[in-house]
Design a protein around this ligand. Structure first.
Ligand SMILES: Nc1nc2c(ncn2[C@@H]2O[C@H](COP(=O)(O)OP(=O)(O)OP(=O)(O)O)[C@@H](O)[C@H]2O)c(=O)[nH]1
Length: 266
């Protein structure tokens, strides 16, 4: 996947769910801090799945903290990190769910598929068995994920070219069989294509969901909600049914108004 010039990372907005202490601020930092922080325009959940040891945690940590661990512990259940990015002039708070690759955790991890707007399916290009596992992961996606979720297949450990067992063409061919699935190779170790993976996925999600409702065919009689949605391009409107905010508004509306056909365009 080629890096696109339009992508812009918001610096240093990565937080882990574990607590961390705040160092003292310098004068300039303190002044900057006084300015009110702009809230995120969107909140998005992305899930990373794939067999054990393919580098899911490593990809997440490279993206959120720019770190790489040579001997990471295997993920137990699910872990997550949050990072705020800026894309298409919008501030997006990304919640990244890193799932355990071990099958015995599937009953826990499957619960996180449904709310994910993007799914990153990872294999290790130096281990053919992780590629052969892909149909099994696709079954999990079919069973538990939203049909709307954007899919991205990633062949990780590109830095180990000498040990490669799966060609780029094989990865591409697999992705082509699945409607809308994108593909790229990456290296969490060398930080190659890692930002692109996440930012491209977010970009694809945004393209699909926001920004303007051009047409809204509504078979139920609730004009007030219709006009509210149609006239309010601001992402902070609340859905009357579930009070969800931001991008969730549109999703919530889609779910709650039966019989509605909503066309969303940028
Ligand atoms: N050479 C190389 N090693 C990597 C890369 N990404 C991850 N690794 C290594 O692969 C091993 C497994 O990485 P993890 O990120 O823990 O893999 P995981 O998919 O999260 O594993 P589970 O939590 O067990 O499912 C670690 O030893 C990493 O250092 C990469 O891009 N290149």
């Amino acid at each position: 996947m080629d890096p696109r010039p339009g992508y812009q990372r918001a610096g240093g907005s990565s937080n882990h769910h574990s607590a961390s202490s705040s160092p003292a601020l310098t004068g300039a930092q303190a002044r900057r801090r006084k300015q009110p922080l702009r809230p995120a325009d969107f909140k998005l959940q992305v899930i990373i799945i794939g067999s054990r040891g393919v580098g899911k945690t490593s990809l997440m940590e490279r993206f959120t903290d720019d770190t790489f661990c040579e001997a990471c512990k295997s993920t137990v259940g699910v872990d997550f990190k949050i990072k705020t990015v800026e894309l298409r002039g919008k501030k997006i708070r990304l919640q990244i769910w890193d799932t355990a690759g071990q099958e015995r955790f599937n009953s826990i991890t499957s619960a996180y598929y449904r709310s994910a707007k993007g799914i990153i399916l990872v294999y290790d290009l130096t281990k053919s068995e992780t590629f052969e596992d892909l149909p099994k992961w696709m079954k999990m996606i079919d069973k538990y994920a939203s049909e709307e979720a954007e899919l991205l297949l990633v062949g990780n450990k590109l830095d180990c070219e000498i040990d490669r067992e799966i060609t780029k063409q094989q990865g591409e061919k697999f992705a082509q069989q699945i409607t809308g699935m994108r593909f790229c190779e990456a290296s969490a170790k060398d930080n190659f294509n890692v930002d692109e993976i996440f930012l491209k996925l977010v970009d694809d999600i945004l393209k699909k969901v926001k920004m303007t409702i051009l047409q809204f065919t509504w078979e139920r009689s609730n004009g007030s909600m219709l006009s509210k949605i149609m006239t309010n391009d601001a992402p902070h409107t609340k859905c009357e049914t579930c009070s969800a905010k931001c991008m969730e508004l549109y999703i919530a509306v889609c779910r709650h108004i039966k019989g509605a056909v909503i066309y969303l365009f940028i």
